[in-house]
Design a protein around this ligand. Structure first.
Ligand SMILES: [Fe+2]
Ligand SMILES: [Fe+2]
Length: 203
């Protein structure tokens, strides 16, 4: 099994697949989806920067997340390009219910290892869900250019998912991380279940 295949296998760890109706609604709202997507990339870059600043003593984390910042910012630039090409503007950032709900689940307090592994697992889940949605878009939308674009991003976000999860496993105690990861997966599925299906949101 090659790397991409094994990553896709791991993607299946998400407990609830996206409602297939989402992609059809999203395609009808491509401007809103692109705007929301641009801000997802911005948040991904910002979140890596925050982790580097907050957890500067974790050398491997700093080394591995630094290039991810550049990659996510590169994605932001490319989404912006896709918006401009279609005559759309960036517009304002929208409230991100999905991320707000995930943040609620982050355990407060604990030692530095507990804190860092919590955030790494939360970020891994956001990457996994984004990857799943990009895959749906790349498979189902008509626009050939966006199809290819989303396929490429799917592969990239799958790599980030692996980065975050492996960092959590590197720093945390294996059994604790596995147990907590299962809780995170369960919780994320409940969040997805509880969110309204919207064609103007990536999540
Ligand atoms: Fe990205
Ligand atoms: Fe990413």
């Amino acid at each position: 099994m090659n790397w991409i295949e094994s990553t896709k296998e791991k993607m299946l760890s998400l407990k609830l697949p996206t409602d297939p109706r989402w992609v059809n609604i999203a395609e009808m709202n491509i401007e809103d989806i692109l705007v929301d997507h641009a801000y997802c990339e911005q948040k991904a870059a910002s979140s890596c920067i925050s982790m580097i600043v907050l957890f500067n003593e974790f050398e491997k984390l700093v080394d591995e997340l630094t290039p991810v910042v550049a990659e996510e910012w590169g994605h932001f630039e490319r989404v912006l390009e896709q918006l401009k090409k279609r005559g759309f503007k960036l517009g304002k950032a929208r409230k991100d219910e999905y991320v707000i709900r995930l943040k609620d689940f982050v355990k407060k307090g604990g030692n530095r290892i507990q804190q860092v592994t919590e955030l790494l697992m939360m970020n891994a889940l956001i990457e996994a869900r984004s990857c799943e949605r990009f895959k749906l878009l790349s498979k189902n939308i008509q626009d050939e250019e966006l199809k290819a674009f989303y396929y490429e991003l799917m592969v990239s976000e799958a790599g980030h998912y692996v980065n975050f999860l492996e960092l959590a496993r590197y720093y945390g105690e294996p059994e604790k991380v596995e147990k907590r990861w299962k809780e995170w997966l369960q919780y994320e599925a409940e969040v997805i279940k509880g969110l309204e299906i919207r064609g103007d949101r990536m999540h």
